[in-house]
Design a protein around this ligand. Sequence first.
Ligand SMILES: C[S@@+](CC[C@H](N)C(=O)[O-])C[C@H]1O[C@@H](n2cnc3c(N)ncnc32)[C@H](O)[C@@H]1O
Length: 227
Amino acid sequence: MAKQSRRRHNPIERKVRSKRKRKASSTRWLSRHLRDRYVIDARASGYRSRAAFKLEELDGRFQFLKPGSLVVDLGAAPGGWSQLAVKRVGKGNVIAVDCNPIEPINGVICLVLEVGSEEASNRIAAVAGRKADIVLSDMAPAATGHRATDHLRLVALCETALALTRHILIPGGTFVTKVYQGGAEEELLRELRHAFLSVRHYKPPASRRESAETYTIALGYRGNAIP
Ligand SMILES: C[S@@+](CC[C@H](N)C(=O)[O-])C[C@H]1O[C@@H](n2cnc3c(N)ncnc32)[C@H](O)[C@@H]1O
């Protein structure tokens, strides 16, 4: 009883429940989201998404974002990763790409392109004017909620990101990609081990524990002479 009345007076849950037609699962998600320390910190730091902290933690561990490096950020919207990246590499050195529009970010070149299309590959190369030092991919397909399907679709997207990376990454460069664990990523990892000197895996603390998402960091691109 006491527990019930306490819950009724929780301001976050009251706010979340106020939308009458929201499903119970959405209410729970939104309530958790509003309490999430990374969401609160993102808002306080001016980041557009809590995802910025995932990149911060990845870079804290592997230190690939260096001043002057050219970064291509695939699946960049709404822009948290690019906001963090531009702070570390400097203005004019980040190209943010998404199939959805990205609100302008100071010092970042934003392109609306479907990664996987020929146009994307050509435009990115033309806009960059030189090979990138780092390709980041936080791309994710729209979730179906069916774990196996989402896993297969993300692995396919990673393959697409890797194909593009082979065209635009400098030898010695770094490729970071999101993957969902689920079994089908073995072929992708085999390709990465072939194309890069070192392939590491890391689930940053900002990535929700219940999410199958993790990140693969491929270091030391061998160059596109490798088939
Ligand atoms: C999880 S969000 C990225 C969040 C972003 N890293 C941030 O910090 O704000 C995934 C993004 O991938 C994009 N995306 C998915 N498939 C894509 C594709 N084929 N080409 C370009 N963008 C894609 C989606 O539009 C979405 O904005």
